[in-house]
Ligand binder design. Structure first.
Ligand code: ADP
Length: 264
């Protein structure tokens, strides 16, 4: 049960914390933000880092399925033990609500649950904590900015101009929260054809556009970190709890490179 415990400090904001915190955001849903989060986490763990993921997409949680976590969270006293999958510690509201139950919470409840995910979970010493934020600039994004002002933001978008425009908005909350935007990942960039050509199903230029506009807005370089192709094994891996970074291929290589670049 989530008890709403909120007294403990959040270990990741202590001055001596060595944990890098990455919040993965997007403008809208369906662009692959959760898949990217799950894969970056699995890639970092594969690279030997101690990694945790908080599924902060409370209403639309999908991280347990993507990483293949079936176990409920165990509790010792008032501390929660996070299940582990692919060497990644995972915490999600999905571990607390019965299958099929919708989560209908107001802002303050969301805030308390997030705080508990950060402060009342046995994370141990992590090298990296990744947060899968819900799309957009709602309550959770604000709560995370308050709870984890040191979180570094990664923006996921598709190449589509319309998607890029809303992604910019998600990134631009950093002007208010003072969080650092560390990069943009363009996902579903192209479909590799048999003849070697790349079919740009969703258009092109979105990732570069978000990178350029955020760099201008924030007055520092926000790099385009990767252009990840459409890859059926990425989708299958997400559905089956077996992240594509553990299987190989172009999408896997790109995600591994991003994981290494973010944590170097
Ligand atoms: P979001 O978190 O932005 O809502 P998801 O990560 O849930 O998006 O991805 C939406 C769907 O698209 C999922 O079924 C996922 O497996 C699939 N998907 C994401 N990225 C890719 C990709 N590069 N190639 C193929 N399928 C993808």
């Amino acid at each position: 049960k989530l008890t709403g415990h909120t007294e403990r400090d959040i270990p990741f904001t202590k001055p001596d914390s060595l944990t890098r915190v990455f919040a993965i955001t997007s403008g809208k849903g369906g662009v692959g933000k959760s898949s990217v989060t799950a894969n970056l986490a699995a890639a970092m763990a594969k690279q030997g880092l101690k990694v945790g993921v908080v599924d902060a997409d409370i209403y639309g949680f999908s991280i347990p399925r993507m990483l293949g976590v079936d176990d409920p969270a165990q509790q010792i006293d008032s501390m929660i033990i996070p299940p582990v999958a692919h060497d990644v510690k995972v915490m999600s509201i999905g571990m607390f609500v019965p299958d099929g139950t919708p989560v209908v919470w107001r802002g303050p409840m969301l805030h308390r649950a997030l705080r508990q995910f950060l402060a009342d979970v046995y994370w141990g010493d992590l090298d990296a904590l990744l947060l899968d934020l819900p799309p957009g600039t709602g309550d959770v994004a604000i709560s995370i900015a308050q709870l984890l002002p040191n979180a570094e933001i990664v923006v996921v978008t598709t190449p589509q101009v319309a998607a890029a425009e809303v992604a910019e908005r998600a990134g631009s909350i950093a002007t208010q929260t003072k969080q650092k935007v560390v990069g943009v990942i363009e996902n579903m960039s192209y479909l590799q054809q048999e003849d070697g050509s790349k079919l740009e199903l969703f258009g092109s230029g979105g990732g570069q556009q978000v990178s350029d506009r955020l760099s201008e807005m924030l007055e520092y370089k926000v790099p385009l970190l990767a252009q990840i192709p459409i890859d059926m094994s990425l989708r299958e891996g997400s559905d089956g709890g077996n992240p594509v970074v553990l299987q190989g291929g172009e999408a896997a290589m790109q995600l591994e490179a991003v994981a290494a670049a973010l944590t170097k």
